[in-house]
Design a protein around this ligand. Sequence first.
Ligand code: OAD
Length: 271
Amino acid sequence: MESRYKRIVFLTGAGISSESGVRTFRDSQGLWEEHKVEEVASPQGFKRDPVLVWKFYSMRRIQANEVHPNKAHIALADALHNLEQSGCRTLLITQNVDTLHERAFGALPSKNFIDIHGTLSRSKCTKCQKVFSDRWCYFDGKSQPVQNHADNLWSHPGLQCLLSMPRRNAQGIPLSPCCSDLLRPDIVWFGEKPHGVEHAIEQLTTCDLFVSIGTSGNVYPAAGFATVARKAGAHTASINLEPTENSSAFHERIQGVASEKVPEFLKKIWQ
Ligand code: OAD
């Protein structure tokens, strides 16, 4: 069987993981209801209170560890594998930091995958920006610094993996093995440049199908990707529980839950 398309770009957001139990950002009960974005997701917030930031991301690492890829992640991972095998070029761009795509796929080749907002499974040195594969939780559910208790499940090829918990300062903040300066989560915070945008734009301007899944279309540059692909001649489709902010950019708007609508949609890609 052959795909009806030759180059496909998928974009995912928090909605694809909500049926796994990961909280979205803007729905009621969403993450931003409880936390001030500028306190936990900005370089200024980290400078002001790195302990608070590491408590927040330790909780998110603990939660990510407790959830599993759902039918939508698995269907997408299977489709990416089968499409590549059939000669179709694919790119998956995710805004999610929960690592569920990586876990559904096993190891996604980096040329086919961009975690545009970073990931919970990496940290970086605040001094030299060196990136480490790291899924340690430095604070527990009661906000206490933890001892070595987790194992490193996610490791990124080409990255030094923090196999044992790095040294920490008196407050419990991990220190980088390279510079002994503070480590921070490798998450793209507000005001920072998203990862891989140039590669994404290159693929968006040459794809013939663009599919957006579970994202409200509020945060740029990702919210503008459908328009870029559409202007370049691609068919654009959105799968989301409710109408999105950027719905006029889509030829096809499918409303419903990702675990049902994603597998249904992916079946139609084949001739
Ligand atoms: P949002 O929380 O803004 O949007 C999630 C969307 O998923 C909503 O439109 C929901 O209706 C939809 N949704 C919820 N459950 C669904 C389901 N089961 N199936 C399908 N759709 C469902 O999350 P994002 O658009 O991903 O950035 O947010 C984008 C960025 O904003 C995030 O990456 C984060 C945040 O600020 C950074 O942290 C840099």
